[in-house]
Design a protein around this ligand. Sequence first.
Ligand SMILES: Nc1ncnc2c1ncn2[C@@H]1O[C@H](COP(=O)(O)OP(=O)(O)OP(=O)(O)O)[C@@H](O)[C@H]1O
Length: 397
Amino acid sequence: MVTYVKLGSLQANATHSEAAAVAPAERLPEQEAAAHGHPSTGQPAVEIAGVRKSFGAVHALRGVDLRVMPGHVYGVLGPNGAGKTTLLRIVLGLVRPDGGSVTVLGGRPGHPETLKGIGALVESPAFVPYLSGRTNLKVLARARGLPNDEVARVLQVVDLTDRADERFAGYSLGMGQRLGVAAALLGSPGLLILDEPTNGLDPEGVASMRTFIRRIGEQGTTVLLSSHLLSEVQQICDRVIVINNGRVIADDTVSAVRARTGATVLKIWASPTDEAGPVLTEILDRSAPVGDDSDESMSSEDAATGSVPEAGAGADPTTPRVGAGSACPVRVEDQDQPYWRLETTPEIVPELVRGLVRAGIAVHEIRRERPSLEDVFFTLTRDDADPAPVANEGGRR
Ligand SMILES: Nc1ncnc2c1ncn2[C@@H]1O[C@H](COP(=O)(O)OP(=O)(O)OP(=O)(O)O)[C@@H](O)[C@H]1O
């Protein structure tokens, strides 16, 4: 897993520098603007161009281009080993890229001035166990010349005021994570980096984290949040960056990414339920993979009859395929009645209904839904082939 880096240690680095004593409140207007990613000018909070990073034979990042725009909450997604943490560590200045350029809040990553504008929580926070949450934060705030009011403010943001005077040793995992985010928020950073902030939290902890990360985003802070919980990202973030095999394969609004495959999720209630599955599979296998909603390969006659063009008939090879044949129906045990769930394109619905009816299966209900971020994530990462046969695992720190 990722190496733990805490805001306190990052800013402790900053306090050893010549400019360290400059607290955010004392920043010049231009420094203040830089710390917030120039929201007025629309300048990116983070700008990355052609960044590469290898660890021995492992290509962690293979040429990443990215513009993180201020005031958005970004979800950074990717399978294990995709390069998410390496990217975040490069932004924090903890890892030096082999090539390419990185600008963070208008400055160099890792530079003390740049770090003043960043709050970060990477893995579990470390605090002094026998001190209260409040005192832990006061120690950090004092080291940075911040007033005590600032401690009260961040405790409120993370809903920890009521428990702030208890010893950190008695905190639950969720409270500890919240205190970690509170520490990262000291000094109102323009950029907040959270690596797996909901890791290990129970549903209540996750929900609470979701509420205040949204709140932080609404207050104008740019947030970069990596998570394996795609449903959480869908609810918290307004933009998403998908990394796979060390490259960015999607960087867009959550809704645009969800629409990206042009796929539809179908839920089909039919009886006998068990017999419907093989029939659906057979129709999907027979059918050609089709493109998105704008697929022009369907003639008006096809559309009228609901038939799907033969394989390769006018299909655009660049269109991400959620192939009819590539999405197997999955039986879902619903409370009332089990149903079949599959991911395909809308054009195939009439063909599926006809096939089921022909096989003597009664179709009770079909629901069409937009694919979730999770559905799209699996499609994107599945369809994105590894560009080079280089081992992308092992040799971890
Ligand atoms: N310090 C290191 N030494 C050797 N290999 C490393 C090091 N850091 C990362 N890697 C490798 O680089 C690749 C990308 O790792 P990274 O931690 O960035 O992925 P990730 O997307 O954050 O994965 P996860 O979700 O599992 O944390 C992996 O193959 C990993 O083993």
